[in-house]
Design a protein. Structure first.
Length: 368
């Protein structure tokens, strides 16, 4: 057992020396997380505000003006123009002067006085469907604010968002960003590193030594496992410092789940490298099988439950979707091990399959 550990450690030290002598790899590994976090945190946001609003007030009463003021009191709507009619507001939407138009009919106040539903219309630019949906929902909440119950009195509707009260998209994005970064580091670098050994012929030298396949695998992957944990720490620290990311759960549990995911991704990167044995082909296969699923099928940006059934099934095969869900459960909801047990089981199963296939394909004889 002791000689095996010595050989494995020697291979790990050798791999660390390669990493230290490659400044481009170090920059890629250590600067990329910060760059991606700043990009997604500041430049890409799903939070909507300052939507240009045209106001059509045909009632011209104190009540109608109060409604218009309520609509523009926050940061979501900004008044940019007044129009005499709904027909006159349509050209403003067509020319992109306004994205929405509030139309208050001339009997708005009379309807309020009679206790009837007051006629209010919101015209939105449906070319941007996400902005339109948010604008309509927000306008309904502040303009109506009541639900009529048949046979009873109107009930006030009050809502409260748990775990992310401000509904900030950055808080939603950062857990998915962690998964994306770990995929890039664990799969891409591992696949390229092992494939490079095949291209240079240095793998033959390893096969000529008493070192076993498992020792070569562990020695190659150990430095990238540590590097991945450093990545998690960097993103977590930057998220808490720059974006007030809440950490409501256990950090130990978080790093445990991240470690399991790293092992799964390292196993996948190793399998890609031993199958392709070419850096160019390995990078292409890694992008198709890891980066694209991590972006599109992990719940990072698009909710998995809204996808068609075949894509939902495929998304649950990739570990990235389980890591994103587990990180959100730990960081945002403060859940414990029981809440992430199923996700950890799925990641562990993926890791076992990748490791078994990698060991089987990692032949001691070059070209076998």
């Amino acid at each position: 057992m002791r000689p095996a550990l010595i050989r494995t450690a020697a291979l790990a030290v050798k791999e660390l020396a390669h990493i230290r002598r490659d400044p481009q790899m170090l920059a890629f590994a250590l600067l990329l997380p910060v760059v991606l976090l700043l990009l997604f945190g500041y430049a890409i946001s799903f939070d909507l505000d300052h939507i240009p609003l045209a106001v059509v007030d045909r009632d011209q009463t104190a009540d109608s003006r109060a409604l218009a003021r309520r609509m523009t009191a926050g940061d979501l709507f900004v008044p940019v123009a007044d129009a005499p009619s709904a027909e006159a507001a349509v050209p403003l939407l067509r020319r992109d002067v306004a994205r929405a138009a509030l139309v208050i009919d001339d009997d708005y106040t009379r309807a309020l006085r009679r206790g009837e539903p007051a006629p209010v219309q919101l015209l939105v630019d449906g070319a941007d469907n996400s902005t339109a949906a948010v604008a309509m929902g927000y306008a309904s909440a502040i303009a109506i604010g009541r639900v009529e119950v048949p046979g009873g009195l109107p009930y006030a509707v009050r809502s409260r968002a748990l775990f992310n009260p401000a509904l900030r998209s950055t808080i939603f994005i950062i857990p998915g960003l962690m998964a994306l970064i770990l995929v890039i580091i664990a799969v891409m670098l591992t696949a390229l590193t092992v494939a490079r050994e095949y291209e240079r012929g240095s793998m033959e030298q390893l096969f000529a030594t008493p070192t076993r396949r498992v020792e070569i695998i562990l020695g190659k992957l150990a430095p990238y496992f540590v590097l991945g944990l450093v990545q998690v720490l960097l993103v977590l620290t930057a998220g808490v410092t720059l974006f007030d990311l809440p950490v409501r759960g256990s950090l130990l549990l978080l790093f445990g789940v991240a470690s399991l995911f790293l092992l799964a991704m390292l196993g996948q990167g190793l399998l890609i490298s031993v199958v392709t044995r070419s850096q160019m082909l390995a990078s292409q296969v890694a992008v198709i099988t890891t980066l694209l699923p991590a972006l599109l099928l992990s719940g990072f940006i698009f909710p998995i439950e809204h996808m068609p059934l075949p894509l939902r099934v495929l998304a649950n095969v990739f570990p990235a979707s389980h890591l994103v869900e587990a990180l959100r459960a730990i960081l945002l909801r403060g859940n414990g091990p029981a809440a992430v047990a199923a996700d950890c089981g799925a990641i562990a199963a993926f890791f076992a399959v990748m490791l078994a296939l990698s060991i089987k394909r990692f032949q001691r004889v070059v070209g076998a």
